[in-house]
Ligand binder design. Sequence first.
Ligand code: COA
Length: 318
Amino acid sequence: MIRARIAGVGGYLPERLVTNDELARTVDTSDEWIVARTGIRQRHLAGPHESCAFMATRAAEGALRRAGVEAGEVDAIILATATPDEAFPSTAVYVQAALGLATGFAFDVSAACSGFIYALAAADAMIRVGTIRTALVIGSEVYSRILNWQDRTTCVLFGDGAGAVLLQAAEGGPGIISTHLHANGGLAGLLYVDGAVGQPERSGQLVMKGQEVFRHAVSKLAAVVDEALSANGLTQADVDWLVPHQANRRIIDAMGRKLGLPPERVVVTVDRHANTSAASIPLALAEAVEDGRIRPGHLVLMEALGGGLTWGSALVRF
Ligand code: COA
């Protein structure tokens, strides 16, 4: 049986770091409020040269390097983003060009904060059926472009960055065990960007009903965790690491408790990165693989919920 193995991970964070105190100088908020309600202490914000494609390329190069794979071996680049550099072409083709490739194919996935899980599921399916053998799956976001910096209820929550994994087809052994995807467009009004290209009458900014999103996140993520385990005949005790989407420390802690995992078995970056949307899971993975927490043989559960609403999980043996 062919499995998609995660052979390398990489991440990129913008150079500019902005603390809560710094934000509190321009918007009516405080470090105490942000830390207590979200766990966020700081975020990285992209400078003019740190485009979605630039950050994605740096993350992809890291994943290739750690996998020991040449860019020329990549068959597909699947990039999840809600903040592409242009409406078209996709940001993925700019990454392809930056990596010096003119072979294979590349496309973007739009599923907001669940984008990385969606992109991983697409790549996994194509590897399993033999369409491709090697894929870069990337999450890259520049939310600083779509935030209303006067709206304290949203602008304090997000950051910019990119993360990537290099997937390779392998016979049996470790790899992606399952993915589960969900969406409910009836809940689109809870979290969206107001407008698109060519709609100057609209703000182009992120709008969120935070409390309602919070409520859906806790219940829907608990359900996908159960779904992932029961579909594979596994129990909570089998999971070595939870690598959740990093939106809010309180949601992350609730999922850790749900899995009966001690806090040291949950990878947390939200305190330092804030919510980097589709980039948050691969950035967290990159950190935990690089510092040796996630090791070969470990079972890792990833879950995310975002605008759409969209949500899902991926269960991976490293
Ligand atoms: N600083 C200070 N006060 C703030 C604030 C800020 N940055 N943002 C909101 N407040 C105020 C509100 O105005 C409100 O004041 P009021 O009681 O006088 O009206 C009060 O704090 C409480 O606001 P509330 O919205 O009830 O807070 P909350 O505990 O629900 O936390 C979120 C708000 C956004 C942190 C929380 O709802 C959340 O994390 N939601 C999920 C968000 C998410 O995960 N989104 C992404 C999914 S991918």
